[in-house]
Design a protein around this ligand. Structure first.
Ligand SMILES: Nc1nc2c(ncn2[C@@H]2O[C@H](COP(=O)(O)OP(=O)(O)OP(=O)(O)O)[C@@H](O)[C@H]2O)c(=O)[nH]1
Ligand SMILES: [Zn+2]
Length: 361
């Protein structure tokens, strides 16, 4: 048995490295090896060290971000932007970060790379997303002679198979938790094996496992759930769902730590800042280089199955949640609408979700 980290552990280590600004090495048979760093955590010293290697430096961005920058995306879902020799760290940061797009538009034209392969670039962007960083990576070929002891090394094939199979969630602990809506509350904590976010299930009463359970799949919203933000409807939805479960005496609330529809709180605040510049919730995600919704709702059905449920009465206005439940083996016996918390500030947000994301009104 080896003491060395397996691919699951290496991926967790790579996420931590990238968040700290330490480059990681990605390799595959066809493309060789490259060094990868995050555009938002890279320091000037490390940029100089990457440049000193003498290879071509590029920034990989998603096609969504390329569209905003009017750069060509020859690789379909992503673009590789050549980094000129005379630009600084701020130039690289601005390729990824849209906060100054309107004030100080990038002086183009940006040159997109066309030859060669982009599989490692694609993997680099996927890693940035799981690290909750901006989806952009600074990349340069790794010279064969360079010593890289101490850097995390990820094999492309192993990473791809790791990312397509979900990390199993283990129930760590459950304990009684009386709350305002019900004294018969029980909180279950689930932890993935890959070092990722924990997720929670709050069970009210003792719901019958043989019957559809009143259930809500709630995605974390620090601003709405805790601060009482008026920009979304999350807080009232959370409390409304709990109140209904309390009144019926049974239910399961899944609290999934997928803040900002899966982009993380820092990126959600970047999106809010773009919304203050006039973009709607979907456009803001796209300008940052994300899809509208980066969540994996399969987590929810995994947790429900672990708790012994196979059928739900789902409190939601989001048809994507219903479709995902059905696809992953949890039947949705009924959709229970959850319309609470409309304010003057979130009217536009709710209208955009209805118009662009198919939410039911
Ligand atoms: N990226 C981004 N995320 C947001 C924004 N406003 C709210 N969120 C996040 O959106 C998620 C809302 O999730 P849910 O409560 O599951 O809402 P939903 O997908 O609309 O579905 P239902 O409420 O079930 O109808 C939370 O993770 C919030 O943090 C925004 O403007 N941009
Ligand atoms: Zn919210």
């Amino acid at each position: 048995m080896s003491l060395l980290p397996d691919i699951t552990e290496l991926m967790a280590r790579a996420r931590a490295d990238l968040r700290m600004g330490v480059p990681v090495v990605l390799s595959d048979r066809a493309q060789g090896s490259v060094l990868v760093a995050s555009t938002e955590t890279l320091s000037a010293t490390r940029l100089a060290a990457l440049r000193a290697l003498g290879g071509e430096l590029c920034v990989a961005i998603t096609a969504r971000r390329a569209e905003t920058l009017k750069a060509r995306a020859y690789d379909g879902d992503l673009a590789r932007i050549a980094v000129p020799d005379d630009v600084d760290l701020a130039w690289i940061a601005a390729i990824a970060d849209p906060s100054d797009d309107l004030n100080a538009p990038m002086k183009g034209p940006l040159r997109s790379l066309r030859d060669g392969q982009a599989d490692l670039h694609r993997l680099a962007i996927a890693l940035m997303k799981t690290a909750r960083l901006l989806p952009a990576a600074v990349i340069t070929p790794l010279p064969a002679s360079l010593p890289i002891e101490g850097l995390t090394r990820i094999n492309h094939a192993a990473a791809v198979s790791f990312m397509t199979t979900r990390s199993p969630l283990q129930e760590v602990v459950a304990a009684r938790l009386p709350v305002q809506v019900s004294e018969a509350g029980r909180l279950h904590i689930f932890r993935p094996e890959d070092g990722g976010e924990e997720h929670y299930a709050f069970e009210i009463g003792r719901p019958d496992r043989q019957a559809p359970v009143l259930s809500r799949l709630h995605s974390a919203c620090f601003t709405g759930d805790l601060l009482g933000s008026l920009k979304c409807d999350c807080g009232p939805q959370l409390r409304g769902a709990l109140a209904q479960m309390g009144a019926e005496g049974a239910g399961v609330l899944l609290y999934l730590n997928q803040e900002g529809r899966g982009i993380g709180l820092a990126n959600k605040m970047r999106a809010y800042s773009l919304q203050d510049q006039g973009f709607d919730t979907v456009e803001a995600n796209h300008r940052l280089g994300f899809e509208d919704d980066e969540r994996d709702f399969r987590l929810g059905s995994d947790i429900l199955k672990t708790l012994g449920f196979s059928s739900v009465r789902l409190l939601t206005n989001n048809p994507a949640k219903i479709a995902m439940m059905e696809r992953t083996g949890i039947s949705v016996a009924e959709r229970v609408p959850l319309k609470v918390g409309e304010t003057a500030h979130n009217r536009g947000y709710l209208a955009t979700k209805a118009a662009k994301s198919g939410h039911l009104l």
